[in-house]
Design a protein around this ligand. Sequence first.
Ligand code: ZN
Length: 397
Amino acid sequence: MARPERRTVRDLRKGNRAVLLRALYFVGPTSRHELTALTGLSAATVSNVTGDLLSDNVIVEAGLVDSDGGRPRVLLRVNPVYGYAIGVDVGETHVRVELFDLDMNEKAKAEFALRPGGHEVELVVRHILAGIEAVLADSGVAPEQVLGIGIGVPGIVESGPDALIHAQTFGWDSVPLGALLREGTSLPLYVDNGAKTMGQAELWFGAGRGSRNAVIALIGSGVGASIITDGVTYRGANSSAGEWGHTKIALGGRTCRCGGRGCLEAYIGAEAILERAGLPLDTATEQAQLAELVRSGSPVIDETVEYLGAGLANLINLFNPERIVVGGWAGLTLGHHLLTKIKKAAAENCLTQPFSTASIVLGRLGPDAVALGAATLVIEEFLLNNTASPARAAAAL
Ligand SMILES: [Zn+2]
């Protein structure tokens, strides 16, 4: 039997703080009166907790709004410069580091190219640390104003102090990325799979906004998915849930980069598409090559649409999402031209009822949303466990 939870007054206060901060973050400027209605907290609690948040400089006043005949109401919002978040995208072809304020305005960016197959751990770690230094220097933001660093990586991320990464396509086997980075930075680190970070970005700010049950399907060189159930990313027992690219679409089919056969990624991943079309692999030209295949109506693309449709239908049959967001650079290239055909292929492979209640839409944040998504890992922690640091509050003034 589950032990009854003991909640102390401090827990309750922290919980109320998180509820109000979350409402202010996602709804935007809101009056105390509206916050009471939005959160179900009493007017006295809203008044107390927002008072604390204001004095900690976590939230600020944002103008006045008329109330029906009464005194104008003060609007409150999260202070966009209370702190900053750094997002890192470790991709196939680059390491990208971006620094955001709490409104997710990009303040600085650094990018390092990776050559094909050049994913040595030491090199990636060096690029990430150099990127962090560069965005801090370019933005003029002091390290103590940074709430944390979120990092989106390929493969499976075991949560824990070392953030162990298993990325077969990178040749990374139990790489302790968190521990390695900690030798170069003392800022809090949050590491997750890139598809999951992009999923959270689309869920919070893009095409997934407002949905409680969604799947964000990321198609680039690799193929992954972020599964959102009841508003929360589904992780599974060891955080590997969502390895959609390695679900089997053909028994004994094409060899996949994971070493298995017949994986979805071996058919709809960008490199797999180009390979099937007999084109040479070159990361510098692959985006143009794929766009040209789509434009010329290549039969390989027709076949890819069928595989993609079947893959999406599997997601719908398994998870009953209200929305599937197709993203990633290759997903967007295919989707911008072929969404109707993709939907048709999904319908043909899906149970009628769950298909009829699911919409398939394209990502809105573009293919570069992994770094933004990685930064949301930092924001998530800030919204959940914010206990103001006076030094930081002062520094943000
Ligand atoms: Zn595979």
